[in-house]
Write a protein that binds this ligand. Sequence first.
Ligand code: ADP
Ligand code: MG
Length: 261
Amino acid sequence: EVAELAEAGVPGAAKSPARFKGGSIEVKNIDMAYGAVQVLHDVSLKVEPGTVTCLIGPSGSGKSTLLRCLNRLVECRAGDILLDGESIYSQTPDQLRRRVGMVFQQFNLFPDRSALANITLALRKVRGMSRQEAERAASARLHEVGLLERKDHRPANLSGGQQQRVAIARALALEPEIMLFDEVTSALDPELVKGVLNLMADLGRGGMTMVVVTHEMNFARKVANQVVFMDEGRIVEAGRPADLFDNPQSPRLRRFLSEVL
Ligand code: ADP
Ligand code: MG
């Protein structure tokens, strides 16, 4: 039935068949401090498997810090974070980071390596693959992000948008259950933003669980299942995009939206 609706072109009738097995996240009452300065206050958040959550809010509100807590780039001071119901503190950071991929504003590619080698290196080191296996898997990922024909190019010979897509392919190659994106389009020239956002929307449709810090309000509105507004280290409002954008409850969110929209 759903397939028929989808065939008839009814939008949203069917997700494309799940390519990914996205995990769930539950953040329970976390506090986080850099030294004496507390930057997250009692943050709680649920992310259902295969959904897209966008974190929005002013600069300095703690969005990046919350993302970093999720893969233990920083440690929280109180509270717990569950991945598929299990505390992320019951595994090593290395084990965790195989399950939780992250992509940054600065792509962090190795400048002296080809696009393909940037990915095979990660696969051989983290997954212990042979060269041949790694090249096969890396080529498949580059194909998925539309860059197979650029596999021998070094980062300097790729556009910013292409470099970011290689960085995303590298993270995907490790077959994570969760993908974290921290302002991945903020350093791109405007004409390159769309290609990266389209790729992210496609991953979301494929069933990847994603937490996305972004200033792209149109992306949040169209792609997110859940939007979370943060201010001063706290979650002020969270809910469906239409509810937050069209009917903000708090003066702080109303002010933020009036400034960015
Ligand atoms: P956002 O991503 O929303 O802009 P951040 O999570 O980067 O916010 O920052 C939250 C707060 O933590 C800010 O006040 C920021 O100055 C502070 N902060 C971020 N990183 C560090 C750090 N490494 N050391 C000390 N303070 C930091
Ligand atoms: Mg940030």
